[in-house]
Design a protein around this ligand. Structure first.
Ligand code: ZN
Length: 196
């Protein structure tokens, strides 16, 4: 992967996971949970509850482990995502992005994706090569970040979650149908355990 471009390093929240005192690992919702399909509400209240949610999501993400997590994945249908920026910052650090919007993009790339809410599936997805995203930090301040390559993929994937979109929606109808069939089979097996 190439270098990541960060236009506004001050956008990083100063969260380091080893300083958390009260954190909870949240349950990650899985497809086909309907909350994953909702349009997430914009955040207008930058309160302590929001900070607590970011802490919980951070612990949940590193526990999974994952490199990004959107609030709807833990059942909170609000416009908040967190992304792991340790590869850029050389320390375990999370960037919390509130009300993120893609405001610019360039080129395309195809890379393999998976999702903590879409179990047992990875697939190649076509995304923008480079994106510029506006967002607010935990203090409600307006920020902007430009990312490319893998980091740009993570941002696009997580922002999709806020619009009720999963990476399987970017696959062919056939691949998506096969996956849905597999999940329904798994769920049916869970509901009807073997008699033996
Ligand atoms: Zn995901």
């Amino acid at each position: 992967m190439g270098l990541l471009l960060l236009s506004q390093e001050k956008g990083f929240s100063e969260i380091s996971t080893d300083t958390f005192s009260f954190m909870t690992i949240r349950t990650i919702l899985e497809f086909p949970d309907p909350i994953l399909r909702q349009q997430a509400k914009p955040v207008t209240d930058f309160n302590a509850g929001l900070e607590e949610l970011v802490k919980d999501m951070t612990e949940t993400m590193y526990d999974a482990p994952g490199i990004g997590l959107a609030a709807p994945q833990v059942g909170e249908s609000i416009q908040l995502i967190i992304v792991d920026v340790s590869k850029i910052e050389h320390a375990q650090k999370t960037l919390a992005m509130i009300n993120p919007r893609i405001i610019g993009h360039e080129g395309h790339q195809v890379d393999e994706e998976g999702c903590l809410s879409v179990v047992d599936l990875t697939a190649n997805v076509k995304r923008f090569k480079k994106v510029t995203v506006s967002f607010q930090n935990l203090a409600g301040e307006a920020k902007e970040i430009t990312a490319e390559d893998r980091f740009a993929v993570v941002l696009q994937h997580e922002i999709d979650h806020l619009n009720g979109i999963l990476f399987i929606d970017h696959l062919s109808m056939l691949k998506r149908a096969l996956y849905k069939k597999k999940v329904h089979k798994m769920l049916a097996e869970k509901e009807t355990p073997d008699e033996a």
